[in-house]
Design a protein around this ligand. Structure first.
Ligand code: PLP
Ligand code: ZN
Length: 410
């Protein structure tokens, strides 16, 4: 089998397959795994080649991945997440068909598990004995969990001011956790450098094999829609790694003739930290760091997204959209999703706010089929529930029946 090369998303320079450092030596833009041209074509239609009962995303879609060896026991059965048709959102938002890709049911309750699996597999195949990541949230939890399962020494670097309650769900998996004082934005790049020098494979937010893992969201969506792609796919966006993966997955199916067109991709950020959106509306090619980010949910508040420039290029090329919503809109959307029976974190609910916004603007029409990627679970940040107002009734045992009957009459 021909080995895949890496290609720079900025200047197209190619790098050999044993390359681990995820960015270009010349222009410093992110690298990606070359798109498969020779293997994917209509003859290899997943309808005939994919075993739909195979619930390992990497073996199920093996022809779209470059792995020469798979360790099945690394998997915690990530992916294969349900696509649910919304019941009450269509009338609320005045759109006929809204679908929810429920990533909250992944092994560590966010989509991150897909990219963690493919990155750990790549680390193992490349002979690495240590892995690491820089994160304070879902990625730290995911990498710590998969590192524990793979029995690989796992380094989690967090900023020194991270609250205790966020660290404990990472520590339960027993990684080496290090609080680092200093600029958190620089930690991403610094860790890659140190990894290169010390033999630790840092699977940070948008490294090529994280992007590869996220392709499986697109593959599953194509299958779930029976290869008749939806009009819009809405993606909460921070580093940009997940959005790049979803777009790449659709592109691989499109370029091989498996699907006839692409959906319109919508990336959503929070207004308090929206560097990609800012560059989008300013019509410039390069993002600038947000100096004082202030957003309700850190999971989509990367002040200097490492894949920001590349996302701008891709979204401009394929007629995508970038939008931003407020904390208040995110919280309202969290409640709307709860009405569908899904408890998402605000970072994940913003996809619903974006649909609402684009519908009001008339960009999305009533008959457009929309898919919201619900990226992670609300249980991760119970503290955020304090922002909501809830009604709680109390009564005594003696007047309980009276109480209930009075409510029934309302
Ligand atoms: C990581 C994360 C995101 C952002 O994904 P990126 O790949 O960094 O753009 C969005 N939502 C949730 C719940 C996340 O954990
Ligand atoms: Zn380059």
């Amino acid at each position: 089998m021909e080995e895949k090369y890496f290609v720079c998303t900025g200047c197209q320079k190619r790098y050999p397959p044993d390359r681990i450092f995820p960015r270009c030596d010349d222009c410093f833009e992110p690298l990606e795994v070359e798109i498969f041209q020779e293997k994917i074509n209509k003859k290899n239609h997943p309808k005939t080649t994919v075993d739909i009962h195979d619930n390992n995303i990497l073996s199920k879609y093996a022809s779209y991945y470059s792995f020469t060896h798979l360790d099945k026991e690394l998997s915690l059965k990530e992916g294969n997440t349900p696509l649910i048709q919304a019941n009450s959102l269509p009338s609320l938002l005045d759109i006929d068909n809204i679908y929810l890709k429920n990533e909250t049911v992944n092994p560590t309750w966010s989509f991150k598990d897909r990219g963690t699996l493919s990155s750990i597999q790549h680390a193992k195949n490349s002979g690495y004995n240590y892995i690491g990541t820089v994160s304070s949230g879902n990625m730290a939890v995911s990498v710590a969990a998969y590192g524990a399962r793979a029995n690989i020494k796992t380094f989690v670097l967090v900023s020194a001011d991270i609250p205790e309650e966020k660290i404990k769900p990472v520590l339960i998996y027993n990684p080496v956790l290090i609080k680092v004082e200093g600029n958190y934005g620089k930690l991403y790049f610094e860790s890659l450098k140190i990894g290169r020098e010390t033999g630790i494979y840092f699977l940070n937010s948008d490294v090529p094999f994280r992007v590869e893992g996220s392709k499986s969201i697109a593959f599953e969506l194509c299958e779930q829609f029976n290869y008749d792609v939806p009009d819009y796919v809405i993606i909460p966006t921070s580093s940009g790694g997940n959005a790049r993966g979803i777009i790449k997955g659709f592109l691989e199916f499109y370029q091989s003739g498996i699907i006839d067109n692409l959906p319109r991709f919508v990336c959503v950020q929070l207004e308090g930290c929206a560097p990609i959106y800012q560059a989008w509306i300013d019509r410039i090619d390069r993002i600038s760091p947000v100096v004082k980010p202030k957003a309700i949910d850190n999971a989509i508040a990367n002040p200097y997204p490492p894949s920001g420039n590349e996302l701008l290029r891709k979204l401009r090329k394929y007629d995508g959209i970038v939008t931003a919503v407020s904390d208040k809109e995110a919280l309202a959307a969290q409640k709307m999703l709860a009405r569908e029976g899904i408890f998402a974190q605000p970072a994940a609910a913003v996809s619903i706010s974006a649909i609402q916004k684009l519908r009001i603007k008339g960009i999305i029409s009533k008959t457009d089929k929309c898919v919201a990627i619900i990226t992670g679970s609300g249980l991760k940040y119970p503290g955020i529930l304090d922002y909501h107002r809830f009604d709680i009734r109390t009564c005594t045992l003696e007047n309980m029946k009276e109480n209930i009957v009075s409510i029934l009459k309302k």
